[in-house]
Write a protein of this length. Structure first.
Length: 140
């Protein structure tokens, strides 16, 4: 029974619950970012490249080299290097990193102390220690 109580105490700590919420929100956020990259970022890049879908950029290592799409090549049993899918994954990473940067930046702005706030009062003990330090420096 002691182990169960310890586990309950551990699981109900704020940091564990925050972590669980973060994992769930992160999973949902991943779906949103994947859609952003696939449906919004990638099509204009493909258009700039002449209307080509990045996910269909591949090199056939073994098999049917005449396939026009990645799906057709894979269905035919070809061994492929899917560099278009890699480009999509890199774009996905860059979008996630940029969005996280913006989120952390906003959080830091909200949590930063206001400039109107006066600096904290230095404790008397610290002032006395500084005075002693300065006197010792002056003697040497």
């Amino acid at each position: 029974m002691k182990v169960v109580d310890e586990f309950r105490k551990f699981a109900m700590r704020g940091s564990v619950i925050d972590l669980a919420v973060g994992v769930v929100v992160g999973a949902a956020f991943t779906a949103i970012v994947n859609s952003l990259v696939k449906d919004i970022v990638t099509p204009p890049i493909g258009l700039l490249l002449g209307g080509i879908d990045l996910s269909n950029f591949f090199i056939v290592l073994k098999g049917h080299a005449s396939a026009s799409t990645l799906k057709a090549a894979q269905d035919a049993g070809a061994v492929t290097i899917n560099y278009g899918a890699f480009i999509n994954t890199v774009l996905n990473f860059l979008v996630v990193a940029f969005v996280l940067f913006l989120v952390v930046r906003q959080i830091n702005k909200f949590s930063a102390p206001k400039e109107d706030t006066p600096p904290p009062v230095t404790p008397e003990e610290v002032l006395l220690l500084r005075e002693i330090r300065d006197v010792l420096r002056a003697r040497s």
